[in-house]
Design a protein around this ligand. Sequence first.
Ligand code: FAD
Length: 393
Amino acid sequence: MAERRDVVIIGAGAAGMMCAIEAGRRGRRVLVLDHAKAPGEKIRISGGGRCNFTNIHAGPKNFLSANPHFCKSALARYSPRDFLDLVERHRIAWHEKTLGQLFCDNSAKDIIAMLLAEMKAVGAELRLSTAVSAVDHDGHSFRVVTENGVVEAASLVIATGGKSIPKMGATGFAYRIAEQFGLPLVETRAGLVPLTLDPATLAAHDGLPGVAVDVIARHGKTEFREAALFTHRGLSGPAILQISSYWREGEEIALHICPDVDFASVIAAARRQNGRQAMQTVLAEHMPKKLAQLLVNDLGINGSLAEQSGRSVEALIQKLRDWRMRPPGSEGYRTAEVTLGGIDTAALDSRSMAAKTVPGIYFIGEAVDVTGWLGGYNFQWAWASGHAAGQDA
Ligand code: FAD
């Protein structure tokens, strides 16, 4: 005989655990299944081990989706402050790092322990190392077939995340289930991911790997002001990860280097004071020396400041403001922090995350076509969408 529950949640990540807590609080008998050996593995490694668990400024404008309005209802009903209240109730010490990003003082494991304690308090059961081989629906309830038997439930919540970091057990399971039930998908791609550069550009960047600099990274009208990092394979750092979610293979991005510095005035003043200095010496007062050297070499600028033509100074200033690059690719799902695209929000009810055409099935978290910026937004979506489904399932 099959076991019975009110709600089965597949995926014990951020969204699945939050959903279990909310459904359990409503008195629903909840079972969470996960094929991994431990719950919340992405929480554990997030934010460099300290989990950037929310962003105090999180709002719909911080998310990418084919329908930018879809996330509004869930985000409004479960705010960053709500999650912070939970964190504080569990006496987890936290701090704001920058730009509203909230991190644990000690360890991301504190967040996992908090979620597990909340699940336990409401009687939600967790079953790990349990792979799901099939899901069927007979019109009334769902049958979830696992290697350890069958579980039936009136509500089924799919919280298995996206495709990023397959090494950590990411599977694309949610998309297969969506297809099985006839729900549309928005094409998926890697987001918050380092970009690669072609071999000729990398050769010209010799010596740059490891160099970080303050930039505005642009793609079309979208821009982010944070650090960029030159790597052995291309570009990374928060500004690049942010812009990568807007960029597509082969498109151009532009970097404005040290946007606080007015290089035209800096170079003019340096020329007046000491025209014998080299251009890279002047630039290196504001950026890493290796980068200053590369920019100067790239434009064929030699000799002292006094020897530079107005045209070459202008070309340099233009490059500092608008350094165009055309990355041929990205590092892909192997290192992407998130998966863009996923279950088309047109198929879901924005209040509950329930599928409109199949009663009782819900999709939450990263599996859905709602993707946040870097900085705690993706967890906020996981908490908010999990909370929304947990109130309905
Ligand atoms: P997940 O957390 O991916 O959970 C999915 C769960 O489903 C997993 O436990 C998995 O084992 C399970 N599962 C998958 N397939 C199956 C299957 N077939 N059967 C059974 N179980 C299955 N976001 C932030 O907001 N702040 C950060 O600091 C941050 N840092 C990050 C750092 C890294 C390195 C990465 C990769 C991501 C980071 N993110 C961060 C993004 C964030 O981790 C995700 O957006 C978030 O975890 C999504 O939650 P989820 O519950 O939807 O999916």
